[in-house]
Design a protein. Structure first.
Length: 423
């Protein structure tokens, strides 16, 4: 049975679409170079399950749910943190709670599920990084970082890398929790916009950014600095004609990618725009100074493919760097040269990182629900008004996606597709 949220939200969705400033219609016509999703127009975004998860009696001072769920596809499990101080394991098909692990603070981080060891790594606002057994939530270890941990830990070759709100990058032995090395920068004075950046893994380096606008690369094994200082705050000051911008922090988790000139790291300074930096030495490949206020970056990639109907020429590979800004909207940037492909204004309030979902982009908003966009032109494909704001970034696999509302309800979403045309 389909949720009535989809039907009841249609009228309110119109308000949200009107505020989008002509982003497009609910239906988007197919085109020869359109993404996979658009080869079957008429599909619909819907809510298939809703489960009130966050315990009202445990909510303490936080009116939102952030982070992002983690999907364990093989075992059909969802791991998601909550403001009620818990990490939940939920069955993906029934939304039944398998277990809940209690911490000493809100869990606003995205967990990391390791299929090899069947374990989950996650952070808490209590300042600790936790490792628990995925089957039953048993604690394996707790490492105190001394500042809140809200960004997703990353794992490679037996080492887990994590950042905290005190501008510290830490490398831990994944098996024991013993610290291998750490790097720290003195946090910038003043207000920050969106927390702080998480770690990103390259070929032989780990990258992160700091509240003073600096982006750095470190050796994976010993933590030694691999770049000369890369200061995006200084770039922003120069472009502002010597006037110091109000916010200089670089809060986006870097994104490792490859363009024609070689490996690069994409990162955004709040006041300076979006940058592509050479992954080896940190020199600038390009900058898009117009894309300001960006807090999330996603590299969208669609492989070359045959249209779903089976006719017509092969659709070529497409790559788009997507940037979310609560100030300037949703941006699509050419990763090769930094030019703006399209930009769409969004309703007032925060927006999540755009998530690839069935060939389209899924975005949540703090006021107007959930939207499905075309990655090629930013047109609105569909949307749902959920009756409450969503600060959490969705997680998606195939035609299923999961997200939790600020009210603590876990939603399961799907895209319904019509049959493939015959003949």
């Amino acid at each position: 049975m389909r949720s009535t949220s989809r039907v009841a939200g249609v009228a309110l969705l119109g308000l949200g679409l009107a505020l989008l400033g002509g982003c497009g219609n609910l239906g988007v016509a197919a085109a020869p170079d359109a993404p996979l999703w658009l080869h079957h127009p008429g599909s619909a975004l819907g809510i298939t399950m809703r489960r009130d998860l966050t315990a009202e009696t445990r909510k303490v001072g936080e009116a939102y749910e952030r982070g992002r769920p983690e999907i364990d596809v093989e075992h059909r499990r969802i791991f998601v943190g909550s403001s009620d101080h818990g990490l939940y394991a939920v069955r993906a098909d029934t939304s039944d709670v398998l277990w809940r692990f209690e911490t000493l603070g809100p869990v606003q981080s995205e967990p990391h599920y390791d299929a090899v060891s069947d374990t989950v790594y996650f952070g808490s606002n209590d300042g600790a990084l936790y490792k628990v057994r995925a089957s039953d939530g048993k604690l394996l270890y707790r490492f105190m970082t001394n500042a809140e941990v809200t960004r997703r830990p990353v794992l490679r070759d037996g080492v887990v890398y994590v950042t905290n709100a005190n501008d510290t990058l830490i490398a831990l032995d994944a098996a024991t929790g013993a610290m291998r090395w750490h790097q720290h920068r003195t946090p910038a004075f003043g207000m920050e916009i969106s927390g702080y950046a998480g770690p990103a893994l390259g070929r032989d380096k780990v990258y992160t950014a700091f509240s003073d606008g600096v982006v750095m690369a470190y050796d994976l094994k010993n933590g030694s600095e691999q770049w000369a200082l890369v200061d995006l705050a200084a770039e922003a000051e120069q472009s502002a004609g010597g006037q110091t911008p109000k916010y200089l922090d670089t809060d986006t988790t870097p994104v490792f990618g490859r363009i024609a000139s070689g490996d690069v790291v994409f990162v955004a300074g709040y006041a300076g725009g979006v940058f592509a930096l050479d992954a080896e030495n940190g020199t600038r490949a390009w900058v898009n100074e117009a894309a300001v206020g960006v807090t999330e970056l996603v590299l969208w990639n669609q492989p070359a493919h045959q249209p779903r109907s089976g006719g017509g020429p092969v659709v070529p590979e497409r790559k788009v760097l997507l940037a979310s800004s609560g100030m300037t909207g949703l941006w699509a940037i050419d990763p090769e040269d930094g030019r703006t492909i399209w930009r769409r204004e969004l309703p007032d309030g925060g927006i999540s990182a755009p998530v690839p979902f069935a060939g389209a982009l899924l975005v949540t908003t703090t006021r107007y629900g959930i939207f499905l966009f075309s990655p090629l032109d930013g047109a609105v494909i569909d949307g749902i008004e959920t009756g409450g704001g969503i600060a959490m970034t969705p997680a998606a696999h195939g035609r299923r996606a999961f997200v939790m509302t600020n009210g603590g309800a876990l939603l399961s979403l799907d895209v319904e597709t019509p049959p493939v045309p015959k003949g």
